[in-house]
Design a protein around this ligand. Sequence first.
Ligand SMILES: C[S@@+](CC[C@H](N)C(=O)[O-])C[C@H]1O[C@@H](n2cnc3c(N)ncnc32)[C@H](O)[C@@H]1O
Length: 306
Amino acid sequence: MGTRGDPYTTGAVHTVYLGDNLDVLRRHVPDAAAALVYLDPPFNTGRAQEHTRIKTVRSASGDRVGFKGHRYDTVKMGSRAYPDRFDDYLAFLEPRLREAYRALAPHGTLYFHIDYREVHYCKVLLDSIFGRECFLNEIIWAYDYGGRPTRRWPPKHDNILVYVKDPLRYVFDAQAVERIPYMAPGLVGPEKAARGKLPTDTWWHTIVPTQGQERTGYPTQKPLGVLRRIVQASSRPGDLVLDFFAGSGTTGAACLETGRRFLLVDCHPEALEAMARRFRGVRGIRWVGFDPRAATKRRDAAGPVA
Ligand SMILES: C[S@@+](CC[C@H](N)C(=O)[O-])C[C@H]1O[C@@H](n2cnc3c(N)ncnc32)[C@H](O)[C@@H]1O
């Protein structure tokens, strides 16, 4: 749990950890520390993981020599097939989601960003951790980019499941959310049309533009506009926001814009390098297990960010 010198106990502002998130959460994140948790784990797209099981067996002709001169062979026992991939993915997520629940403040909210192939399994898992009554919304983030198969409806959305720790006591500040234009402003009158409307649970938002200033070059970067909306609605200025699949640090960027504190974790040095470039010049960030100066120097030598 929290140790002396951790930012939320000493008044320092933000922290970025390099490491496996389960380990960081268990060792460094106190109970009820975060008002908001946003998670965007790698999707289990079905491409990965055919796990081959290997076993060592005694064999007179084996090519490895072990204890007492016995000979051994390494034997492939077969592979685990399709259905297990889901079990593996959920088994990876479950302890991390339990940690997210533990780390959430009593009035806190979790946003869990996932794709259409996984969302139903994850919903069942999250219901079992939070309770069905704590499910607040399913946000559909719709975009319009990339290939268009013609044998089915082109899938162009992600799902964001929203859970609160206590359905009677949670933060949702509709006033703080940037309003958007009505689809048919003529139907609502000039005053309402000028004020715009609160977004619904379906968010039309472009992906990070390939040429835009916002782009870090990190492949799975999410749009700042999506994270800004989440942070504005479901936390208050000064709150701690936790993202332990942080990637390029979009959650951190939204926190910097809106006056929240952040705690970010990622296990890949490339992610921390992207964050170091993104947060260059920001004071009050504690980097753990990683030296941001090396990353920004390397980038300076390579030229400006695309
Ligand atoms: C989909 S990306 C997040 C992208 C991020 N939302 C952004 O806007 O850039 C998922 C991230 O989770 C990280 N990750 C995967 N497994 C992890 C683990 N066990 N511990 C920490 N980070 C992990 C990956 O390195 C990757 O950067």
